[in-house]
Design a protein around this ligand. Structure first.
Ligand code: OSB
Ligand code: MG
Length: 369
């Protein structure tokens, strides 16, 4: 098939609970919703779940909007492909900009599977009828507030908790949560904020005694060697997120033993096609994999659910129900976790219906290529 038209919508949704970033409080998140139309009129939906600011990765909503409008959408329109895994050839010579590419890649997979009447999860090679969902909890004002959040999500049925950590908020909150829940499946994510110093190593050694499933991205994205040195010194598995946004980086990480677990994010890898290959390669190397998230709206979340149904995704992911973030999502039925599990939907494509009227009416900007 080929894509005859690309439409994009900037859409902001209010958060159920605002959260603190390194610079300010966020009460809304803005993502870009993408709609592609095939030659036969079939529609496919994708989502660009880039953060607004370049603190997680270099991309922002503004860079995604620009690159999508100026380079990616024009490259895709009219290009022929037999299978969605080939659609990315149209934009292969554009370097980087993985979040922006992921939106189009997801939309092409949705288009193709809807046109064929197949489920996205099946087309990707998924085998799980439901996926294990954990939650990612941010840095709170006090340890008591964090403990209350943990209680709340355990009461909701989630079985794995990830705590964000940073210098000044690491050993103490982890100890407190572990003391309150000795058997909890618990892991931490530093988003690369620790320098590789003796103090940081001492912190990692203390965390190593807390019975964590893994320590995610303690050092900067490019610091593969530092991750390898840490992985040799502690027993807790080191997990990479920001360090791996393409298959070459994954190969380097594997060769250097910079970790033993990969957080596979559809957005960071540049789409479902790349995420699927990363999953294959990591599993073949003996790494464990799980599905990470970027606070996706329903379209991106549905893509996460589909990829997480692949056989290698053995560890619970960050793919929680959308009600953790949004009271009104853009898809129906709402994506829900029951007893810590999200059902892989049975309908064709992404398996959820997009509220197109809401997307069109609420968008703050739109373009059509
Ligand atoms: O590092 O995994 C991360 C959200 C935004 C940016 C980075 C990360 C995250 C999460 C969110 O942890 C998980 C989710 O989508 O629920
Ligand atoms: Mg992370």
């Amino acid at each position: 098939p080929s894509v005859a038209a690309v439409e994009a919508f900037r859409l902001s949704l209010p958060l159920v609970r605002s959260f603190q970033t390194s610079s300010h409080r966020k009460s809304h998140l803005e993502h870009i919703v993408v709609r592609v139309t095939g030659e036969d009129g079939t529609a496919g939906w994708g989502e660009i779940a880039s953060p607004s600011d370049p603190y997680y990765c270099p991309e922002t909503v503004d860079t995604c909007w620009m690159v999508l409008q100026r380079y990616l959408a024009p490259a895709l329109v009219g290009a022929r492909w037999e299978h969605p895994a080939e659609a990315g050839r149209a934009w292969a010579r554009i370097r980087g900009h993985h979040f922006a590419k992921a939106g189009l890649d997801i939309a092409c997979w949705d288009l193709w599977t809807r046109a064929n009447g197949t489920r996205l999860a099946d087309a990707l090679g998924g085998t799980r009828p439901r996926i294990a969902a954990g939650v990612s909890l941010g840095i709170e004002a006090t340890v008591d507030e964090l403990l209350a959040q943990v209680e709340r999500y355990l009461a909701d049925g989630y079985r794995r908790i990830k705590l964000k950590i940073a210098p000044g908020w690491d050993v103490e909150p982890v100890r407190a949560v572990r003391a309150a829940h000795p058997d909890l499946a618990l892991q931490v994510d530093a988003n690369g904020v620790y320098p590789e110093t003796p103090e940081a190593l001492a912190t990692m050694r203390e965390l190593d005694g807390a019975g964590l499933l893994l320590i995610e991205q303690p050092f900067a994205p490019g610091a593969l060697a530092a991750h390898a040195r840490l992985a040799e010194r502690i027993a807790t598995p080191v997990c990479l997120d920001e360090s791996v946004d393409d298959l070459d980086q994954l190969d380097s990480a594997i060769a250097l033993r910079a970790g033993s677990v990969l957080n596979v994010k559809v957005s960071r890898m540049g789409g479902l096609t790349a995420a699927r290959l990363a999953h294959e390669r990591a599993v073949a190397a003996g790494w464990r994999v799980w599905c990470g998230g970027m606070h996706e709206f329903g379209v991106g979340r549905a893509a996460n659910v589909a990829i997480a149904s692949l056989p290698g995704f053995e560890l619970p992911g960050d793919v929680s129900g959308s009600d953790k973030y949004y009271a009104h999502d853009i898809v129906a039925p709402a994506i829900r976790a029951v007893d810590g599990m999200v059902e892989v939907p049975s309908g064709p494509g992404l398996g959820y219906e997009v509220d197109e009227a809401l997307v069109r009416e609420q968008a703050s900007a739109a373009f059509h290529t």
